[in-house]
Design a protein around this ligand. Sequence first.
Ligand code: GLY
Ligand code: MN
Ligand code: MN
Length: 457
Amino acid sequence: MFQSGIMLPQLEAGPVPPLPAEVYAERRRRFMEQIGPNAAALFVAAPVAVRSNDVEYAYRPDNDLLYLTGFPEPECACLLLPGHPEHEYVLFVRPFDSERQVWVGSHAGVEGAIRDYGAHRAFPIHQIDQVVGELVSSRDELYYRFGRDFEWNQRVVGWMRQWQQLRPRAGTGPVVLRDPATILHEMRLRKAPVELERMRKAAQIAAAGHIRALTEVRPGMYEFEVEALLDSTFRRLGATGPAYPSIVASGPNATVLHYTHNNRALAAGELLLIDAGAEYGFYCSDITRTFPVSDRFTAAQRELYQLVLAAQKAAISAVRPGARYDEPHRRAVEVLVDGLIHLGLLKGSREENIEQERYRKFFMHRTSHWLGMDVHDVGQYKQGQEMRCLEPGFVLTVEPGLYVREDCSEVPQEFRGLGIRIEDDVLVTDSGHEVLTALVPKEVSDIEAIRREAVTT
Ligand code: GLY
Ligand code: MN
Ligand code: MN
């Protein structure tokens, strides 16, 4: 506990407990039930990405494949065959290779795919072209998501061409390609209790990082030192690391929405915007806080900060089942526009500013996105022409902001170069909402109390 009464979340470090095999089996069962027995579905691993020459980026598995199988290795494909009497769930994996084990460690191989990941049948990945035809030949449809992997796309197109040619004589074979996202991403959007457990932990770990930054930042530190503090907190508490490149933006850098250079020295009197989330067990958090590098906000900083905070609270209070997805955004915009008119940064009425979107000069992004295995998580925001309604189990961010560029000559000098965003992760519950990231202070009085303690000790 700090003098200011702020608590760091009490978190146990340690490896992420695996999800039980039944969780994956149940997801596959629900997915297969929806695609039906005339379809097959193929999910492929994300490609390995080269960083430079012969060095690769740390491997991050594809979330659709992970969600259905838990299989974390590259060069993998999962084929689902609903209703197949012997093997509804087939994995294609890198075969076990003792030489590879020497260099990169253990990997499941064909036996491990069956033994550890529950596949009913498994093949070495290089055999997929030989066996896929027979496995799917009685199906009419193939669910496959054309994606970032050009080679897989080409391969599937090649199979489709073969099936087209064979079908007149064979009598069967896939003729339709469908996007599994319409079903699978709807499933991913609704978080189950085991997923919420991980999301809560991801939120708490990120909260710990933000609280440490809030209490340890001093004028003169570099943005990358703050980033290092976040990284080390995340890793020590069991996160894989940041869920996306952390934004540590001081002074005017905070007006750059996706600023990631993180190489400027923090100056007294300026604000620091930190947008950083942790990834824990493949689930993300996404938090933004903005606070003074010194011990208090200047008058102009405080005016804008309180406006963003009021907008964020109004937006969060709109999160409940049945509310439209864009209702929090609408509420945030109303509060921001009223405040900007009051401060003289916008002229005219609320209605005309909203109608003509004049506020976009200072608030140019949306208020919310889905959050889950991806930081900008999957799932439709609209259904047809209509914004969809929120449902229990959805998790979304609420993150209004105001950004006044340094060269914005039509506003008073004291507002120029200020960038403020406040972002929390919000779960839709049966009765309303739960803020998963509520541990991180955001009230002006709390922030100033912590900063006073920080810069004087
Ligand atoms: N950190 C990315 C976002 O807030 O959407
Ligand atoms: Mn966000
Ligand atoms: Mn963010």
